[in-house]
Design a protein around this ligand. Structure first.
Ligand code: FAD
Length: 568
């Protein structure tokens, strides 16, 4: 048994930023746990950049305008005090990264460059070509490695949380390398396990590991999840694979074109055009396809992203990764030809309910959540591009400060013998299974249900049937055996557990979506096409009690801007 003051689960941007802050006090011992090697976390795939009102490109910008854009983008569902908090601290955490060595792209005069992004009033997105997440993650990892009081548990998988109902006691981990179960006792746990857009298995921009383990473990331990119905579909996934082409494509001036050669965004957002927020652009693309103005048919339908007019030099300098992805995965070089694209499941606005945005604390004492697995909420019903990376850094920093101070005031709680055996028994039972169900079949069906019935367009019938079918799949999961019986790198076992986690989250999304009878941000109901502030200007709070799901609503904190119609 090992003891740590703080265990951070997740080594993406959120986990690493939090761990660095906790470790500023050399007396605080920190463990960072990650199921993949840290630099393979999904943060490394972020392309476009992060938002902070540095005002380098446009002196008229300010944290207040950033906050207003974010609140409007959220379709007024974000908690406004939390948004102001994030936007106020954004410039500081970006300057901090600059000092730590992130190689940001620069203006002629040497200041950090900023590019336009969807839903933003001014060019505000700080970037490093189109590899921003990669350089950010590596820099954070270097900083974390330099701290002697951080230990890494790489390729360890979070199985469960240990707690006494009120306070957290530890975590149960599975060592993927050798099949051992390891318990860590701790005073504080920070969940930073990322998003779960892989519940849309066949069409997602996310890494295959984005299965929402932290959010699922929290839910299965009775913790509330918030606003689960809000999933973001990114407009420009590659047509064949769903792999992302960054919003930077449109930020740098790319056009969206239908079969008739029209820049069809004129019909939907005449002012902002391609730079309208993602929910609007995604619906516009799907609408064009439905109306027969796309190319191809059914699941292989698409529209075009045209970058040719930007010229070879700009494409190579600003969008090198985008170009390579289009060549490798679609067989098209954007310098010479427009690229087939279609929306792809990208981001989860919902997640583990955070009670206090200044500390990132959950309703359980000693348990915190940061990053995409958490719902603060700063993104409300729709996140603006570039606002996730900044969220990781700002809330990671302040979560780190509060966890660091908290652990100095409390002692460890002892584990009971039953708690010590919990993980071992779970794995033994899983390995003993003899059912006939196939992992791949259930996962594929889950992806079909989510895409077809809980996708960009939704209605009562589709959501109800999704909820019922996903409940059935949860039952069938009990009969999925672990076919590989070995102990070394048993990825089959890991995938079986990930599937359970995704199924529970997918059902939670369908359930919350079924009960939100309005359209707002990423959640579009064809049977309730209007936003309904009177009944639904509220956060959904979902709790799983045994087999039952219990849904409640809490107020949105409106401190600065009254809800208004959202036009671009
Ligand atoms: C392709 C792509 C491009 C994007 N581009 C941008 C962008 O330009 N700007 C922007 O603001 N946002 C962007 N986003 C969104 C943003 O990158 C993510 O929301 C953010 O990086 C999530 O960070 P995180 O630290 O919360 O999680 P992640 O970076 O996903 O890290 C999760 C960590 O948790 C660990 N973990 C998960 N489950 C377990 C488990 N069971 N046991 C142990 N460890 C576990 C993983 O190993 C990993 O270390 C993009 C997203 C994608 C998919």
């Amino acid at each position: 048994m090992r003891h740590y003051d703080v265990v951070v689960v997740g080594a993406g941007g959120a986990g690493l930023r939090t761990a660095i802050e906790c470790a500023r006090d050399p007396s605080v011992r920190v463990a960072v746990v990650s199921k993949v090697y840290p630099t393979r976390s999904h943060t490394g795939a972020a392309q476009g950049g992060l938002n902070a009102a540095l005002c380098n490109e446009s002196p008229q910008d300010s944290p207040e305008v950033h906050a207003f854009d974010t609140i409007k983008g959220s379709d007024f569902l974000a908690d406004q005090d939390a948004v102001y908090f994030m936007c106020k601290h954004a410039p500081d955490v970006v300057h901090e990264l600059d000092r730590w060595g992130v190689p940001f792209s620069r203006m002629e005069d040497g200041r950090i460059a900023q590019r336009p992004f969807g839903g933003a009033s001014f060019p505000r997105t700080v970037y490093s070509a189109d590899r921003t997440g990669h350089v950010l993650l590596h820099t954070l990892f270097e900083q974390a490695l330099s701290k002697e009081n951080i230990d890494f548990f790489n390729e360890f998988f979070l199985l469960d949380l240990l707690h006494n109902g009120q306070r957290v006691k530890g975590v149960v981990l599975y060592d993927i390398k050798n099949g051992e179960v390891v318990n860590l006792t701790t005073k504080a746990v920070v969940l930073a396990t990322g998003g779960f857009a892989r519940i849309y298995w066949q069409r997602s921009t996310n890494a295959v590991g984005n299965t929402g383990d932290g959010a699922a473990v929290a839910m299965l331990n009775g913790l509330p999840l918030k606003d689960m119905e809000f999933i973001q579909f990114h407009p420009t996934g590659l047509a064949k694979t769903g792999i992302l082409l960054s919003e930077a494509c449109r930020g740098e001036g790319g056009y969206l074109i239908n079969k008739l050669g029209e820049r069809f965004m004129q019909r939907y957002a005449p002012e902002k055009m391609e730079l309208a927020p993602r929910d609007m652009v995604s619906r516009a693309i799907e609408h064009e396809i439905r109306e027969g103005r796309g190319f191809g048919e059914g699941t292989s339908a698409y529209v075009l992203l045209d970058l040719r007019h930007l010229g070879e030099e700009k494409i190579k300098e600003r969008l090198p990764q985008v170009r390579q992805l289009a060549i490798d995965f679609e067989g098209v070089d954007p310098v010479y030809d427009p690229v087939p694209i279609r929306p792809s499941a990208h981001y989860c606005m919902g997640g583990i309910h955070i009670e206090n945005h200044m500390t990132s604390s959950t309703p359980m004492e000693g348990l915190y959540a940061v990053g995409e697995c958490a719902c603060v909420s700063v993104h409300g019903a729709n996140r603006l591009g570039g606002n996730s990376l900044i969220e990781l850094l700002v809330f990671g920093k302040f979560c780190g400060i509060s966890a660091r101070e908290y652990v100095k005031q409390v002692d460890y709680l002892e584990l009971t013998p039953a708690e010590e055996r919990k993980g071992i028994e779970f794995i033994e039972n899983l390995m003993k299974r003899e059912g006939k169900e196939k992992l791949a079949d259930i996962r594929r069906r889950m992806g079909e249900i989510t895409w077809e019935k809980v996708g960009i367009f939704r209605d009562e019938d589709s959501l109800k049937s999704a909820y019922e079918e996903l409940s059935e799949l949860i039952q069938r999961w009990e009969d999925v055996p672990v076919v590989d019986k070995s102990k070394v790198f048993n990825t089959n076992l890991v995938e079986v557990i990930e599937l359970r986690n995704m199924l529970h989250l997918a059902r939670a999304v369908a359930y919350c979506a079924m009960h939100r009878k309005e359209s707002r941000g990423g959640h579009y109901r064809e049977d309730y096409p209007e936003r309904d502030d009177e009944n639904f200007l509220k956060h959904s709070i979902l709790v799983q009690e045994g087999e039952r799901l219990k849904l409640e609503y809490i107020d949105v904190r409106i401190t600065h801007h009254q809800p208004a119609e959202r036009k671009y």
